[in-house]
Structures are given as structure tokens and as C-alpha cells.
Design a protein around this ligand. Structure first.
Ligand code: B12
Length: 276
């Protein structure tokens, strides 16, 4: 089990910790006065600082605490703490991918629940997502890089009508880490653009995301368009997003479906092995 000195205290904890510090500042002062010690204010301040440093070093974080702090930073919309805790995760040897999925993404899932229970609304959700992205930016350089260079190109995007792009961005990051060359069309992507871009860049994979049931059908239209243009065999079509299922992928004739970013990379890599 790895431990870290808790040098940066997130708000939730710092309130408790500051409470202790305040108490101890008072007791320190009272000792000085009770014992009638002749200590200058400067000396008193120095003693206090040293005392705090010792106290800080007594507070340790376990791996589970760090993951929880990452999740809390997202839920509490705190970009600074998300960045600091992401760095703490790295400094203490936590795997960057685990910090993303078991920390930041777990937090975002709770945000999703709060949104559905109307405890959070769109502005809050956007601030939470900013905190998640801030944490990911710190962790991304530490994601393991796949040694085997891949020449494959992927065109990725969120289908027309849908602007949810947090999950798609995660998939993009993981694909890039696995050395795929990713062409990101963004969100609310006109359906024809998937095919046009894939042909233009010579991609072998088309990855489509949606989080809305109302826009799922767009994925099927893209597959049909590939057939219509006689290029269906040139591409592996992979789809994902919370309303998507294997049954839906089968129904529209997509090649692969993945529940999360890691599974998406694994499935694409496995298929490379199969076709090599
Ligand atoms: C964040 C969020 C927003 C944010 C989006 C910010 C952004 N930049 O993305 C904001 C606040 C803007 C928003 C707006 C809206 N939202 Co919203 N939103 C959500 C929320 C709370 C979380 C989604 C999320 O980011 N999850 C975290 C990520 C990490 O998870 P994920 O996207 O599922 O991604 C994972 C997998 O699905 C997979 N994956 C994702 N993409 C891909 C792609 C591929 C190729 C593969 C293989 C895998 C894969 O990998 C990821 C994990 O590794 C969900 C509720 C929920 N519980 O999901 C509602 C939700 C998706 N929203 C919903 C709705 C209705 C809307 C609005 C229409 C609301 C409105 N009235 O205006 C608008 C959408 C407008 C539009 N046309 O797009 C509904 C959709 C309902 C439905 N079934 O159709 C949901 C389900 C909430 C609900 N229950 O009502 N939303």
C-alpha cells in the first residue's frame, strides 16, 4: 500500500485539519503564557509553523483516499484540487488510468446521478466536467504508451444531434495512448462527415458515440451510407455511449461495441491481431 504525505489539503478535509491546527495554536499560546515563557511573537510563529509541518506529515492518504479525493474534486467542481490530487496520484505510484477511471470518472458518474435527481443542473454539470478534464490533463502524459506503433487511423465523433462529448474524449485519449492516429470530428457531427473524413484520411476505423436515445439511429444511417458507397468493407465500425448495447450494434450492423474506453482499445487491438 502506498502512502503520501498530505501536503495539499482539499477543502473537505482541510476544514477538519484547520480545526485541529486552530486548537493547537491556542494550546501552544496558552502553554507559553501559563508557563510565563518569554517568547517573542516571531519565535512563537516559528514554533507554530514547525508544529503545523509535523502535524501535516502525520496525515497520510491511502490509495483509496486519493481516488476518493479525485472523485470528490469532480463532484465539488474543484479544478485545483482535481489537478493537485491527480499529481498526488502520480507521485504515489497510482496508475494514471486507474486514477481516471476509479477516481475522476467515478465522480462524474455520481454527478450523472445528481443531474438525474435534479440536484445538479446543466451549469453544475459543466463545472464538474471541467474539473474532470483538468485532472485528466495532468494524468494523460502518464498513461502507458503502447510500444507497438500502430499505423491505423481512427475517425471519431459524437453523432448529429448530440453534444455530449466527455465519454468520447476519454475514448479518444485512450486510443491516442495506444498509438492510433485519431481524427476527432467533435460533437453533433453531420452523419455524412464520418464517411467523408474516413475516406479522406484513409482511416480503417470509424468510432461513433452517443448518449441520447433520440440520436442512436444516426449510427445505423452511417453504416448504411458506407454500404451505399460500396466501402463498407474498408472500415471497422465501433460504437459506444450509455444507451448503446451489443444488441443495438448487431441490429445496425456495426462491427464492435464497447462499454468503456479501455474495452474499446482492447477490442480494436484484438481485432488487429485477428486480422494480422
Ligand atoms: C454531462 C451530461 C450533460 C452535459 C454534457 C457536457 C459534455 N460536454 O459532454 C450537459 C449538461 C451539457 C448535458 C446536456 C444535455 N443532456 Co445530458 N447528461 C450528462 C450526464 C449527466 C453525464 C454524461 C457523462 O458525461 N458521463 C460520463 C462519461 C465518462 O460517460 P459516458 O459518456 O457514458 O462514456 C463512457 C461509455 O459510454 C463509453 N463511450 C462513450 N463514448 C464512446 C464512444 C465509443 C466509440 C465507444 C466504443 C465507447 C464510448 O466510454 C466512456 C467511459 O470510458 C448524463 C447522465 C448520465 N448518468 O449519463 C446526461 C444525459 C446523457 N443527458 C441527457 C439529456 C436529455 C440532455 C439534454 C437534452 C438536456 C436538455 N434538456 O437540454 C442536453 C443535450 C443537448 C444535446 N442535444 O446534446 C439524458 C439523455 C436521455 C436519453 N436517454 O436520451 C441523460 C441520460 C440524463 C437523463 N437521464 O435525462 N448533459
Amino acid at each position: 500500500m502506498k502512502y503520501s504525505y498530505y501536503d495539499i489539503a482539499p477543502p473537505r478535509r482541510s476544514r477538519e485539519v484547520e480545526g485541529v491546527w486552530e486548537l493547537d495554536k491556542k494550546s501552544l499560546i496558552s502553554i507559553v503564557f501559563e508557563k510565563d515563557l518569554h517568547v517573542s511573537i516571531k519565535k512563537l510563529y516559528c514554533l507554530y509553523r514547525k508544529f503545523i509541518e509535523k502535524l501535516k506529515r502525520c496525515i497520510i492518504l491511502t490509495k483509496q483516499d486519493i481516488l476518493q479525493e479525485l472523485a470528490d474534486a469532480v463532484i465539488e467542481m474543484d479544478e485545483d484540487i482535481a489537478k493537485k490530487m491527480a499529481q498526488t496520484a502520480i507521485d504515489t505510484g497510482i496508475d494514471a488510468y486507474e486514477a481516471i477511471t476509479e477516481g475522476l470518472v467515478k465522480g462524474m458518474q455520481i454527478v450523472g446521478d445528481k443531474y438525474e435527481q435534479q440536484e445538479y443542473f446543466i451549469p453544475e454539470v459543466l463545472l464538474c466536467s471541467d474539473a474532470m478534464v483538468a485532472g485528466i490533463e495532468v494524468l494523460q502524459p502518464y498513461l502507458p504508451v503502447n510500444e507497438k506503433k500502430t499505423v491505423e487511423k481512427v475517425v471519431i465523433g459524437v453523432v448529429q444531434g448530440d453534444t455530449h462529448d466527455i465519454g468520447k474524449n476519454l475514448v479518444k485519449i485512450m486510443l491516442e495512448t495506444a498509438e492510433f492516429e485519431v481524427h476527432d470530428l467533435g460533437r453533433n457531427v453531420p452523419l455524412q462527415s464520418f464517411v467523408d473524413k474516413a475516406l479522406e484520411v484513409g482511416a480503417s476505423v470509424i468510432a461513433m458515440a452517443t448518449l441520447m436515445t433520440t440520436t442512436m439511429e444516426g449510427m445505423g444511417i452511417v453504416v448504411k451510407e458506407l454500404e451505399k458507397r460500396g466501402v463498407r468493407d474498408k472500415f471497422t465500425v465501433i460504437i459506444g455511449g450509455s444507451p448503446i448495447s451489443q444488441a443495438f450494434a448487431d441490429e445496425i450492423g456495426a462491427d464492435l461495441y464497447a462499454t468503456d474506453a479501455n474495452v474499446a482499445v482492447r477490442k480494436l487491438k484484438n481485432r488487429q491481431v485477428a486480422t494480422a
